[in-house]
Design a binder for this molecule. Structure first.
Ligand SMILES: [Zn+2]
Length: 305
């Protein structure tokens, strides 16, 4: 009897030791993988979004990411001929800057850009509907002024309605599939972009809801007058969102997002919306820049210097 107790006690001690070792090994693994597991979508589509837990997770990741060095994915080095340059040659193109997976920016650019932005909440009272998400209600001053004019025009046309933002500037990207862009590859780094929505038509950012969202239809038809474009129109998505990301040499953006509006200035926005270089059909920023600014290779990020 006594021997059996000794064996049982020994077994308990052994199990406890295994549990302690297991926790020690597991915790660092979880810690290391947390950022990848917890990231939210580039534009926060409706799936898996909106709970308090998600928001808390997102904040924790934000804090962690802020302290890390660049998470940018470095693309393969392209072949560059004489008179051409690789890297993001559009950085000094003002409102026409291009940021996508083939034309990336580094942490220094992102930090410097952040310092140029103003609060559109404080300056113009533009509401922010997604406080805890990834992104701040800040923009380049010229874009902010035009956004304010645009939203005022919408309010005038639809009394009682209001468009607010879900996410404007982002210092970090996301890594959760096709609707995400890694840090360095997101249009939200430009300080010229906001995700826009009128909550009267629903709170989810989901392109399938386009027919119900009068504000997205209004923006598509009118935003160019204020210098904004539908940055990711369906016709330039480069395939279905269920297929692999395709940002190609012809000007596909890789994304279809009915809520994402980007300031480029009234002249370019008008030419893009009217399809001046796309047979009268809505253009993509990528294709427009290739035609008008002489980007040599949209796929590999090569410019004429
Ligand atoms: Zn967006």
């Amino acid at each position: 009897m006594k021997k059996q107790w000794v064996v049982a006690a020994g077994a308990v001690v052994l199990l406890c030791s295994l549990a302690v070792v297991g926790v020690l090994v597991w915790r660092p693994w979880v810690k290391r993988n947390e950022p990848e597991l917890a990231r939210e979508a580039e534009d926060e589509p409706s799936e898996g979004e909106g709970t308090k837990e998600d928001e808390k997770e997102s904040e924790e990741v934000q804090e962690e990411s802020d302290g890390l060095e660049s998470e940018a994915v470095v693309p393969e080095q392209p072949t560059v001929s004489a008179g051409e340059e690789s890297g993001n040659c559009t950085i000094n193109w003002g409102n026409l800057i291009l940021i996508n997976p083939n034309f990336m920016v580094d942490q220094d650019f992102i930090a410097a850009r952040r310092g140029q932005l103003i609060s559109i909440s404080q300056t113009y009272g533009i509401p922010e509907y997604h406080y805890a998400g990834n992104g701040d209600n800040i923009m380049m001053p010229e874009a902010a002024a035009h956004l304010n004019e645009m939203l005022a025009a919408y309010r005038a046309e639809y009394p009682g309605h209001e468009i607010g933002t879900y996410s404007c500037f982002r210092a970090r990207g996301t890594t959760c599939g096709r609707l995400c862009a890694a840090t360095g590859a997101s249009d939200h780094h430009t300080g010229l972009t906001c995700d826009l929505i009128d909550l009267a038509y629903g709170a989810d950012l989901n392109s399938d809801d386009y027919a119900a969202h009068i504000e997205w239809q209004w923006l598509k038809a009118n935003s160019y007058k204020y210098g904004f474009i539908d940055r990711f129109p369906e016709a330039w998505a480069g395939g279905l969102m269920s297929e692999p990301l395709n940002v190609d040499e012809h000007g596909s953006t890789g994304l279809y997002e009915t809520w994402h509006y980007r300031y480029v200035g009234v002249g370019p926005a008008t030419e893009i919306a009217m399809g001046k270089y796309n047979n009268g059909q809505y253009d993509s920023l990528e294709h427009y820049l290739k035609v008008t600014q002489g980007i040599v290779d949209l796929k590999n990020g090569v410019c004429r210097n």
